[in-house]
Design a protein around this ligand. Structure first.
Ligand code: HEM
Length: 128
C-alpha cells in the first residue's frame, strides 16, 4: 500500500519495527529492578508480546491483540499495579530510549513519542 492511506504501522516498517521497539524496552525493564519487580511473570517474553501486539493494533497493524486479549481497557488492566509518577518516568525512560534506537522519520518519531507520553500519564493510578 502506498500514499496517504498507508497506516502509521506500515510507514514505520511494520512488525520488525514494533518488535525492535518492544524488545529494547524490555531489555531496559530487565535491567531496572524497581520496574522489573512490578512484572508478575518470571519470563518477560509474554508481556513483551502483549505490549507489541497492542501497539501494532493501535497503529493500524494486525488486530491480533483484540482477537486474543479482547478490548484493551488498559487503565483497568493496570489497576492491579501501583503506577506512581516515578514508575511512569522509569517506564518512559526505557520506552523513549527504545524509540531513539529506531531512527524513525521526524513526523512519525514525534507522533509516537507524544502518544507514549500521554498514554503513560493516563496509566498513573497512585501517588507517592
Ligand atoms: C506508566 C507506566 C507503566 C507501567 C509501570 C506499566 C506496567 C505494566 C505491567 C506491570 C503490566 C503487566 C505485565 C503483563 O502483561 O503481564 C503491564 C501490562 C500491559 N501494559 Fe503497561 N505499564 C505502563 C504503561 C503502559 C502504557 C503507556 C501502555 C500502552 C501504550 C501499556 C500497555 C500495556 C499492555 C498492552 C499490557 C498487557 C495488557 C494485557 O494483559 O493484555 N502500559 N503494564
Amino acid at each position: 500500500m502506498a500514499g496517504v492511506t498507508e497506516s502509521f504501522y506500515d510507514r514505520v516498517g511494520g512488525e520488525p519495527t514494533f518488535r525492535a521497539l518492544v524488545d529494547r524496552f524490555y531489555e531496559g525493564v530487565a535491567g531496572d529492578p524497581p520496574l522489573r519487580e512490578m512484572y508478575p511473570e518470571e519470563d518477560l517474553g509474554p508481556a513483551a508480546d502483549r505490549l507489541r501486539l497492542f501497539l501494532e493494533q493501535y497503529w493500524g497493524g494486525p488486530k491480533t491483540y483484540g482477537e486474543t486479549r479482547g478490548h484493551p481497557r488498559l487503565r483497568m488492566r493496570h489497576a492491579p499495579f501501583v503506577v506512581t509518577p516515578t514508575q511512569r518516568d522509569r517506564w518512559l525512560h526505557h520506552m523513549l530510549g527504545a524509540v531513539d534506537t529506531l531512527g524513525l522519520p521526524e513526523a512519525e518519531d514525534a507522533e509516537l513519542r507524544e502518544y507514549l507520553v500521554r498514554a503513560a500519564q493516563f496509566m498513573v493510578n497512585a501517588f507517592e
